[in-house]
Design a protein around this ligand. Structure first.
Ligand code: NAP
Ligand code: F7E
Length: 327
């Protein structure tokens, strides 16, 4: 019988790739979307337009236990991928309250609904390298202590603790994927990689003059989102639930990302990038680097897309996007 998966955050970057991945594996795919998402179809549903007639969407809010529980109780999914979150770090400094409410309570509501109404559902929690924050050792693996530097990071540490506690106390199959930054042409425009690839395309096409960035000396371990959704699925196919760090094991600065992106269209980043102190964060995560040897060994997972190919994929896609839309 076909397995059933429920994805929260199906309209996001990872949710859309994961839905496609699971459809290929013959899953019945359900997604929770905010009611407002179905109202603004052209905007919020753009990433899942191509698969809209093959998935089932349920209107619901992570802010309400009642809406979450009804969906879990009705579908009783084999697997639940909890990806929905206020995921933008900058915004988490501007609104700590909604970040903590959505990210912590949403996770708690789902776990509680699983325990009470669908205890056989396997649960994936979208943890983050932001949990390591001010890193306590380099590189970071599953044993590295957490030191979050934002309400976003704090919410992910708490979600991870909730997941572990439900696993231990109620025997729920719950895993946290501690994923390092992963990007793609479907990345939101506010994140630095997409801001760069989109601006590079606009500058090349004569629609923008320069690119303002904040801390270009921050280092990240960037992979491709398509590779990372496979790791999420693999975590739920193991005999025992466990937590895994997922990354490439290579790091680059924001400056390097910009350099490569401009060079792809034959431009020099020095001629266009302006550092704007207003874009610096109150507390920065300076450097992140994954040690994902546990995932390599136990999940047999490996990233396939290199850093250069990731940047090229994003810039090429944004050149097409800007030519088509004009913005
Ligand atoms: P994303 O593109 O920002 O997508 C976030 C999703 O969450 C969207 O579908 C959004 O729905 C939904 N959402 C937000 N608030 C909600 C609410 N109150 N109720 C229901 N849905 C809500 O994020 P992503 O990059 O795909 O990341 C997926 C998950 O992995 C997130 O939890 C993120 O924190 C985590 N993560 C991401 C990375 C990364 O590098 N991408 C790394 C580590 C962890 P709308 O479309 O309606 O806004
Ligand atoms: O910033 C610096 C910024 O916003 C990366 C989320 O998916 O990954 C993501 O969080 C770096 C930071 O991603 C700009 O200060 C410089 O050091 O692309 P970002 P993030 O904060 O790393 C983690 C793993 C998640 O879990 C999150 O959900 O780039 N930076 N100048 C800038 N960042 C932005 N956004 N904009 C700038 O102009």
């Amino acid at each position: 019988m076909a397995k059933t998966a429920l994805i929260t955050g199906i309209t996001g970057q990872d949710g859309s790739y994961l839905a496609e991945f699971l459809l290929k594996k013959k899953y019945k795919v359900h997604g929770i979307v905010r009611r407002i998402a179905s109202e603004y179809e052209s905007h919020r549903l753009w990433r899942i337009k191509n698969i809209a007639n093959r998935i089932t969407l349920h209107a619901g809010s992570l802010e309400s236990y009642a809406s979450v529980v009804k969906i879990v109780q009705k579908i009783k999914p084999s697997e639940i991928y909890h990806l929905a979150a206020q995921s933008y770090l900058d915004y988490s400094f501007r609104d700590e309250f909604s970040t903590l409410n959505i990210n912590i309570n949403g996770t708690h509501y789902l776990l509680s609904a699983i325990r009470d109404f669908s205890p056989k559902s396997k649960f994936y929690f979208a943890g983050s390298s932001e949990m390591f924050g001010k890193v306590q050792s380099v590189p970071q693996n599953e044993k590295t202590p957490f030191y979050p530097r934002s309400s976003y990071g704090i919410s992910k540490v708490t979600g991870h603790d909730l997941t572990r506690n439900y696993r231990e106390a109620y025997k729920i199959y719950g895993c946290t994927g501690i994923l390092f930054n992963h990007e793609s042409p479907r990345r939101g425009f506010e994140f630095v990689t997409r801001k760069i690839s989109h601006s590079v395309a606009k500058i090349k096409l004569g629609l923008q003059r320069n690119l303002k960035l904040g801390n270009i000396n921050a280092y990240r371990d960037w992979g491709h989102a398509q590779d990372y959704v496979e790791a999420m699925w693999l975590m739920l196919q193991q005999k025992k639930p466990d937590d895994f760090v997922i990354g490439t094991g290579k790091q680059h600065s924001v400056k390097e990302f910009a350099k490569v992106a401009f060079s792809i269209v034959g431009l020099n980043y020095n001629d266009y990038v302006i550092v704007d102190k207003k874009l610096f964060r109150p507390s920065e995560v300076d450097t992140l680097l994954a040690n994902c040897s546990k995932a390599r060994k136990k999940l047999k997972w490996r990233p396939k897309v290199s850093f250069k190919n990731l940047v090229k994929d994003m810039v090429d896609s944004d050149l097409k996007f800007v030519k088509k839309t004009g913005y």
